[in-house]
Design a protein around this ligand. Structure first.
Ligand code: ATR
Length: 270
């Protein structure tokens, strides 16, 4: 029987993950199937159980199931435990479910691919929701000089920073307390969806700084347009999407796919 994988979400019809994993599978000669499954909002665990009963070996998990997926796992990676969420499920040979989160590794690999040096860098992360929580451990593992988390609701940023304090120099607060310059500024808020921009000072960026938006689209986000006008190099989150997928693929199949051609095809299709 062909090994089955899927992405669970709700909604999930527009997910790019099936195309990405089909490309990885073709490239590495893996016989596998990867589909998109809309799980019921009130029974994610049942959806995973049914999937594995029908030959499912692993899955990606997207909005709004990442926390529920975390709760059903029998074992978890260290980074998933800290994130409190998983985007990758693996069915072990023993029948137990292992959970990991590959978003943060995906972000770090994409930044590195763009030539960004994280070691010793002054990093600002905007937002303090699940998306940001999921990337802090891999970012801190790169040993930045400092990492500031800024959020509309300052208390959330402070609490989040406190959760990661033992891993590095990390502080949290409101947008009003942000004082640059920063070498890397990462937008992990969903403000772009509303066409909004967090209120930020104009002198945010150091010389040669990179502005990264975890979101992507056919057009640059409001944040990236704003950042480019202030001298930063804009990078959107499409590469992070492909890199996190590649890490999930590795967890399932033990093969590292070549992400560059897959990203190129995806970019052209936006
Ligand atoms: P996700 O899983 O995408 O992180 P989330 O947990 O709902 O979603 O978090 C959304 C993030 O975007 C939060 O940091 C939120 O700020 P608050 O904590 O103050 O709500 C931020 N956000 C959403 N809309 C925003 C806006 N218009 N301006 C600034 N920040 C915004």
């Amino acid at each position: 029987m062909t090994d089955r994988y899927c992405v669970f979400g709700h909604p999930v019809a527009h997910s790019k993950s099936p195309a990405i994993h089909a490309a990885f599978a073709a490239q590495t000669g893996q016989a596998m199937e990867y589909t998109a499954i809309e799980a019921p909002l009130d029974d994610f665990a049942g959806a995973w159980r049914r999937f594995t009963a029908e030959g499912g070996r692993g899955a990606n998990v997207t909005v709004p199931f990442k926390e529920e997926a975390f709760r059903l796992c029998d074992t978890l990676s260290q980074r998933a435990r800290r994130a409190g969420a998983v985007n990758t499920l693996v069915l072990g040979k023993n029948g137990l479910t292992y959970g990991d989160t590959t978003d943060g590794v995906g972000l770090v690999r994409d930044l590195v691919r763009h030539g960004v040096t994280l070691a010793g860098a002054r990093i600002l992360v905007l937002g303090a929701g699940g998306a940001v929580r999921g990337v802090l451990e891999p970012l801190l593992a790169e040993r930045p000089a400092s990492l500031v988390v800024a959020n509309r609701t300052a208390a959330k940023a402070r609490a989040l920073a406190a959760d990661f304090r033992e891993l590095g120099t990390i502080t949290g607060g409101g947008f009003d307390a942000v004082a640059g310059p920063f070498d890397v500024v990462i937008n992990g808020t969903s403000a772009s969806l509303a066409g909004d921009l967090p209120p930020l000072p104009d002198d945010l960026f150091s010389e040669g700084a990179t502005a990264y938006d975890m979101m992507y689209g056919a057009e640059p986000t409001v944040f990236l347009r704003w950042a480019e006008a202030r001298g930063a190099r804009p990078v959107d989150g499409l590469g992070m999407l492909v890199e996190q997928a590649a890490e999930s693929f590795y967890q399932w199949r033990g093969r590292h796919p070549d992400t560059a051609p897959v990203l190129e095809t995806l970019r052209a299709s936006l």
